[in-house]
Design a protein around this ligand. Structure first.
Ligand code: ZN
Length: 289
């Protein structure tokens, strides 16, 4: 009798539909995108990121655990614009039924030579487009949760509006002639275009290729003739090249910019909003003094 009851119970449980309030399994290719998805999805999503804190998505090598994450996901958010060159092969080999959503869809890409610049998130106006794309994809994937997702998105978009004003006010305090810096790689093209600070970098829009001796010599000349006040390290890059350029030119190290990845929870920029605030603080303190 008891055995019969247990079998009935087991059958009943196994035939129950998935709970409607079970969070959607989402994969985000890198930490900044993961933060956007968490803000928009709230408790209706369970987000895993592939490229972790302080890591470089340009040159990422997927681990076996990543294939499992992809296979289990309902949605995969990617940056696109050539940022995650390793991802299409991973998705293909992992199998699964996830929909791949390109979060930069609708953003007019900047070009550096023939390459699209993938770092669109560095303009807060673009971050709002990422958020709108994420909202639309989450609503389509889970219509029952659409009202909550829409409210979350609106609240987060309002924070981004305030952040954008904060950046503009901070940059306005920097004397115009001093609004130029050196970063390790060309990660700040969209920031430069939106906010009017010139960024020059020895390395291009991807970190895949090392800068040549000629690239470095050209930067050193530019720093000297352009009287560029500061060079910046990046949280995802080896600091040695910038230290060398600083030593050879006398341009000081202005601090570390958070470029392609958030920091760990205990670091200075565990969220996108923290990242933008950290960067404007680093820029204004190096360029106004
Ligand atoms: Zn980059």
């Amino acid at each position: 009798m008891l055995r019969h009851l247990l079998i009935c119970l087991a059958l009943a449980i196994s035939t129950l539909p998935a709970r409607a309030d079970e969070p959607l399994k989402i994969v985000a290719s890198f930490s900044i995108l993961g933060d956007f998805v968490r803000n928009v999805g709230g408790t209706s999503v369970s987000v895993t990121t592939l490229v972790g804190p302080d890591s470089d998505a340009h040159v990422y090598s997927p681990a076996p655990a990543d294939a499992k994450k992809i296979a289990d996901a309902k949605l995969i958010f990617i940056n696109g614009l050539g940022f995650e060159g390793w991802l299409p092969r991973l998705v293909k080999s992992a199998g699964g039924k996830a929909t791949v959503v390109t979060a930069t869809s609708g953003i007019a890409p900047l070009k550096l030579g023939s390459d699209a610049d993938p770092h669109a998130w560095q303009s807060v106006a673009n971050a709002k487009i990422y958020v709108a794309n994420i909202r639309d994809a989450l609503e389509a994937a889970d219509p029952a949760g659409a009202a909550t997702v829409s409210a979350n998105a609106n609240a987060y978009l309002a924070k981004l509006d305030a952040l954008d004003r904060e950046v503009r006010e901070a940059i306005a305090r920097i004397p115009e002639a001093r609004r130029k810096v050196i970063s390790t790689h060309d990660a700040f093209g969209y920031f430069a275009a939106a906010y009017g600070i010139a960024f020059i970098a020895p390395q291009g829009v991807s970190t895949e290729s090392e800068p040549s001796a000629r690239d470095i010599a050209a930067i050193i000349t530019q720093i000297k003739t352009g009287k560029i006040p500061a060079v910046f390290l990046e949280n995802i890059s080896d600091p040695r090249l910038m230290r060398r350029i600083s030593a050879e030119t006398g341009a000081r190290i202005g601090g570390t910019l958070v470029s392609d990845s958030l920091t760990s929870e205990n670091g200075e920029a565990p969220t996108y909003i923290d990242m933008v605030r950290h960067n404007i603080k680093a820029l204004t303190s190096a360029l106004t003094n």
